[in-house]
Ligand binder design. Sequence first.
Ligand code: NAD
Ligand code: ZN
Ligand code: ZN
Length: 337
Amino acid sequence: MKAAVVHSFTAPLTVEDRPVPEPGPHQVLVRIEASGLCHTDIHAAHGDWPVKPAPPFVPGHEGVGIVEAAGSEVRHVRVGRRVAIPWLADACGRCDHCVSGWETLCLQQHNSGYSVDGAYAEYALAHGDYVVPVPDGVDPMDAAPLSCAGVTTYKAVKLSGARPGTRVLVSGIGGLGHLALQYARIFGAETVAVDITDDKLALAGELGADHVIDARTQDVAAEVQRLGGADAAVSLAVSNASFRAAYDALRRGGTLVLVALPAEGVLELPVFDTVLNGTKVVGSIVGTRQDLAEVFRLHQLGRTRVIRESRQLDEVNRCFEEVLAGKVTARLVFDLR
Ligand code: NAD
Ligand code: ZN
Ligand code: ZN
């Protein structure tokens, strides 16, 4: 099978031929149809974060495909089913986080395309209990970005407290942000979209943002404060400066939801202002299997639009360049059919 492999944090990926893996007792073998390119895959391939993956590894955690074989202990999915392989490859299933609906915080979790091989390949192994069924009528090329960009922003918007009467700032209208904006609207909030490229600002308008701010030429915090400030801001831009701008755009009692993970990401906060303003700052990491099921359901009902372009896996290195250069309108998805 064809797979894109990271051998070093400083070299391009190589697309190579590897044997099709055999599923263990709890695993399924998935024939990948669509595999989304999340900015996290670039951080993984570059070793950007304090906890690094161990090369060689296959990136990819927006994998969607058909179960082709299942191990003897797999109970919940059958051969022939379309499933998604998200970032949460598996978790212990028993700790307090796992049993209280916070499996994404499990200390024993594995992560697809990071600590275990992911979906930049024609086939991938996954845990039978942690793949998420993709409902009929959801295009696999849409399901792929929903499996990380969708579920992550759906969860982050839930945590933001967005509801009718609130104003929510979405910082960064990329793969994640274009979906965050749609979820904030679904939750009933007035929306403010911020980006630094013309096509993303135009996309935000098309997707119904109530206000669009160009961070290249406008002072984000001042513009949002002119509107009355944001009740919540969701930080999805791979830029340290954008975090502080989002924080400064909040009104009293507001919530900053941190999601983007730039290399050496740092946010310095004034304690005095944070205390007196009653500001909340929360980190948000992907979402659970249940969150992803809800994301798929919303899409099946026609409530969300996935903006994406298809690419071939052989183009992976060029695709990374395109994302880093800000040339991708929202999401790139490898079509492996
Ligand atoms: P992306 O490259 O598709 O989108 C980033 C967007 O931010 C782009 O549209 C870019 O133009 C915009 N941007 C850059 N600088 C900006 C600025 N100063 N102000 C406003 N916008 C700016 O990336 P993505 O795939 O959407 O991922 C975004 C980040 O989220 C990455 O760091 C990724 O690793 C992280 N991520 C986190 C989680 C999580 O669970 N916390 C999950 C997935 C991705
Ligand atoms: Zn991701
Ligand atoms: Zn656990």
